[in-house]
Write a protein that binds this ligand. Structure first.
Ligand code: HEC
Ligand code: HEC
Length: 272
């Protein structure tokens, strides 16, 4: 009996040591200094009205909370952006969003889609920063708990929380000013920022259940597309899942010119 208890004790101690080593390895990765690249944002201060629209269209408020004051995103805290915009200069903020690097050189993980946002134009990132600074300061809606720290360290150690620093190329960067809707550069620009997070690079869809957009657009005429992108409802009464929220909460904030240009662009995609 005594020896069984002793063996159980040794087993428990070994498990605790293994978990401890894993958490330690994860924390080493999370603390790694990738070197904060120099970052520039051309043009003057951003337009807060444009920023107010973009935080919805690009989905910042679907992960960082409706009030942008922070939210639990599948066990990882998407931080309080009102606080970050106050603490960080426009350049520091732009480096975090577009390259996934914090001012101290540590990397933000791919739970934050910097790989898509890397292409964001200077005037748009400046607009988001300016908008966040016009909102009243607010406490963090989601505290970082011990559970959050352990979850993050565990998934980092398992290689499942990939650092954006290894996904985003240092040379990948957006234009000074976003292309105008309807110009040839606009379609690829806008869809990378607003759709690729779920429909993938190249808009070919993902095995997790989002369709290739060149296919999905076939059943849509213009009025049906307006309904999808203002209410989240498809033409034939089917029940959509994730796309319901995107259509009802994110895409209504597009301008009319953007909605029209998006429809024309999707219709012009070659079918796979
Ligand atoms: C799919 C969900 C998602 C979307 C969309 C998203 N974020 Fe994030 N963001 C996160 C998560 C999760 C983190 C924390 C990741 C981590 O700590 O590794 C984060 C981190 C950040 C950080 C770094 C904060 C810090 O203190 O480390 C900034 C800045 C940021 N996001 C800004 C934005 C902006 C601006 C947008 C919209 C253009 C946006 N995010 C859209 C999920 C998202
Ligand atoms: C947050 C993830 C997400 C984003 C962002 C997103 N989609 Fe979707 N979309 C989905 C998913 C998932 C589906 C499959 C249906 C479902 O599960 O809701 C879908 C389905 C669709 C469909 C087919 C609807 C039908 O009739 O079956 C169209 C069209 C579409 N998306 C267009 C877009 C466009 C255009 C954008 C960018 C402006 C976009 N989506 C952004 C997740 C997303």
């Amino acid at each position: 009996m005594k020896s069984v208890l002793a063996m159980l004790g040794v087993g428990a101690a070994m498990t605790a040591a293994a978990v401890g080593a894993l958490i330690w390895a994860g924390n080493q990765q999370l603390a790694k200094d990738f070197g904060a690249l120099p970052e520039t944002v051309a043009g003057g201060p951003g337009d807060p009205a444009l920023g107010a629209r973009l935080v919805s269209v690009y989905g910042c408020n679907s992960c960082h909370g409706a009030a942008l004051t922070g939210e639990d995103f599948y066990g990882v805290v998407a931080p309080n952006l009102r606080r970050r915009a106050r603490e960080w200069s426009c350049e520091d903020f732009a480096r975090a969003v577009r390259h996934g690097l914090r001012p101290d050189g540590t990397s933000i993980s791919w739970a934050m889609p910097s790989e898509m946002f890397a292409a964001m134009a200077d005037n748009e990132i400046a607009a988001i920063h300016a908008h966040l600074r016009t909102l009243p300061a607010a406490n963090d809606a989601q505290a970082i708990t011990l559970k959050h720290r352990l979850v993050k360290a565990f998934f980092a150690a398992m290689g499942e929380l990939i650092p954006n620093a290894v996904l985003v190329r240092a040379t990948d960067r957006g234009p000074a000013v976003a292309p105008a809707p309807g110009t040839p550069a606009w379609g690829p620009y806008f869809t990378r920022l607003a759709c690729a997070e779920c429909h993938n690079h190249g808009l070919g869809g993902s095995p997790e259940g989002s369709p290739a957009l060149a296919d999905a657009i076939q059943i849509y005429d213009w009025p049906a597309f307006v309904t999808l992108t203002t209410t989240g409802r498809p033409p034939d009464g089917r029940k959509l899942r994730l796309m319901t929220g995107v259509g009802a909460q994110r895409l209504p904030h597009m301008t009319d010119a953007e909605r029209r240009a998006l429809f024309d662009y999707l219709k012009s995609l070659p079918q796979p």
